[in-house]
Design a binder for this molecule. Structure first.
Ligand code: HEC
Length: 144
């Protein structure tokens, strides 16, 4: 009788663990990358940009952008950099309303965190002011 119990409990436990694992990973997929639209959390959207976009700041933004972003996003932010063709995901187009209508906080979050082919710059650019500087520079791509 005892061995019979063991024989049922073990596969049952493994089965339950496997189902839990499946469920957790399924949810993860829905939350990140599973859907096409990339949306920053609400709390991030309202974070204020502490860095003023004056001429010196835009010039600094251009240097950072050229070093870290241009290879994919292209000189004019249209997503046509030389590396873009090798990626699975489109780099988007920073000149469009789709990108420009997003708040500074939202763009700041996306640059820090990354998603799929978009790298996370949290570690590569540890100075948060530089991330905001990049947000300011991205605003120069707004269609005039
Ligand atoms: C290796 C290529 C690559 C590099 C380098 C790169 N990006 Fe991206 N970026 C992407 C891709 C691909 C996406 C689209 C991600 C998605 O929507 O799944 C993206 C998306 C974004 C978005 C979101 C745009 C939107 O409309 O939601 C922002 C903001 C962004 N990148 C900023 C930057 C900045 C700033 C840098 C440099 C610090 C940079 N990226 C460097 C590939 C790259």
């Amino acid at each position: 009788m005892k061995t019979q119990m063991k024989n049922t409990i073990l596969p049952l436990t493994i089965g339950i663990c496997f189902c839990a694992w499946l469920a957790i990973n399924g949810f993860k997929n829905i939350n990140q990358g599973g859907d096409k639209k990339w949306v920053a959390p609400d709390a991030e959207k309202t974070v204020k940009n502490p860095v003023k976009a004056d001429d010196a700041n835009i010039a600094a933004g251009k240097v950072l952008y050229t070093k870290h972003c241009k290879s994919c996003h292209g000189t004019g932010g249209k997503g046509d950099g030389p590396k873009a063709a090798e990626l699975e995901t489109s780099c988007g187009d920073f000149t469009t309303n789709d990108t420009q209508k997003q708040t500074d906080g939202e763009l700041h979050y996306k640059i820090k965190k990354g998603k799929d082919d978009m790298p996370s710059f949290e570690k590569k650019i540890p100075d948060d002011e530089e991330i905001w500087t990049l947000v300011n520079y991205m605003r120069t791509f707004k269609a005039k």
